[in-house]
Design a protein around this ligand. Structure first.
Ligand SMILES: [Zn+2]
Length: 292
């Protein structure tokens, strides 16, 4: 699936999906909240009863094509990786085939941008070759935020994120392909006319969004600032995996308000297809216009 935005093209590369109880994902969601979602988004796993509603997410990467650069944003869980959580353990998906279907071999990727270093955003950074985890994209520079690098190199994290750091981040650094940057780093050209990062700390300490603009609207690759449309209705409820819940909520509200004001096209990592959309203001908080 391609979308053209000014002089940029955005493609999606799917890995899979995940499901969890709504009340586990967002504790405290009410029937009234779900009723506010219903006029502009609904799906079979949802319910007006918050006890039976299911929180479903897609797991995908984006490829942003601009100025002859192929920029891969977030790399899902990866294949064959031992993880201490069942949803990511030793997966065998068609992600690489899906990338090829969009027209890219691993050698074609020039930049890999990880919005943060959780296990479902770094997995395809590496793949197994002769018993070793080696960079999947040999011609790419990989960009990691310094704050997340410093945070996840500590031993104190949930096992699956620690495992991902060891087999999907460190081998890239050891191969000399990583650039560890500040959270406002400009990746290509200049701010407002290129690709640049913006601090989005909270879901993780070094979480960033990727902004891109080359003619036309701004695109915002929002990573895990928002996972599901219901969070436009209730951006003030922490997501269970937010490392710093209050900060994550403040960041979500700030970035959604910014997108509503500047008309950016949002590309969240885990939204239902087709994920791109525009943030609208609603009587309380926000709504979303999915772009077909
Ligand atoms: Zn995620």
């Amino acid at each position: 699936m391609s979308r053209y935005l000014g002089n940029m093209t955005v493609k999606t590369v799917r890995e899979g999906e995940g499901r969890m109880p709504m009340q586990f994902a967002l504790a405290g969601i009410t029937a009234q909240d779900l009723a506010q979602l219903q006029p502009w988004y609904w799906s079979e796993e949802l319910s007006l009863d918050p006890q039976t509603a299911v929180f479903k997410i897609e797991v995908r990467s984006y490829v942003l094509q601009v100025d002859g650069l192929n920029v891969l944003i977030d790399t899902c869980c990866g294949n064959g990786k031992h993880r201490s959580v069942p949803w990511a353990d030793r997966l065998q998906t068609q992600w690489l085939e899906n990338l090829a279907r969009e027209g890219y071999q691993p050698e074609d990727i020039h930049l890999v941008l990880c919005t943060h270093l959780h296990a479902d955003h770094v997995g395809w950074n590496t793949r197994l070759q002769n018993g070793q985890w080696v960079p999947t994209f040999p011609n790419a520079r990989y960009v990691f935020s310094r704050k997340d690098y410093e945070f996840f190199r500590q031993q104190t994290h949930e096992a699956h994120n620690r495992e991902a750091f060891l087999d999907s981040v460190l081998p890239v650094i050891d191969a000399g392909l990583a650039d560890i940057v500040e959270s406002d780093h400009c990746v290509h050209r200049e701010i407002e006319d290129g690709i640049w990062l913006e601090d989005a700390s909270g879901h993780s300490p070094g979480c960033v969004v990727v902004n891109a603009r080359r003619g036309g609207s701004r695109a915002v690759f929002a990573g895990d600032v928002i996972h599901h449309p219901i969070q436009l209705v209730r951006p003030d409820i922490p997501f269970f995996a937010d490392e710093r819940p209050a900060e994550a909520c403040a960041t979500r509200e700030r970035l959604l308000a910014q997108c509503a004001d500047n008309g950016a096209v949002l590309y969240p990592a885990h939204f239902p297809d087709p994920p791109a959309g525009r943030v609208l203001r609603a009587s309380r908080h926000f709504a979303y216009e999915f772009l077909k």
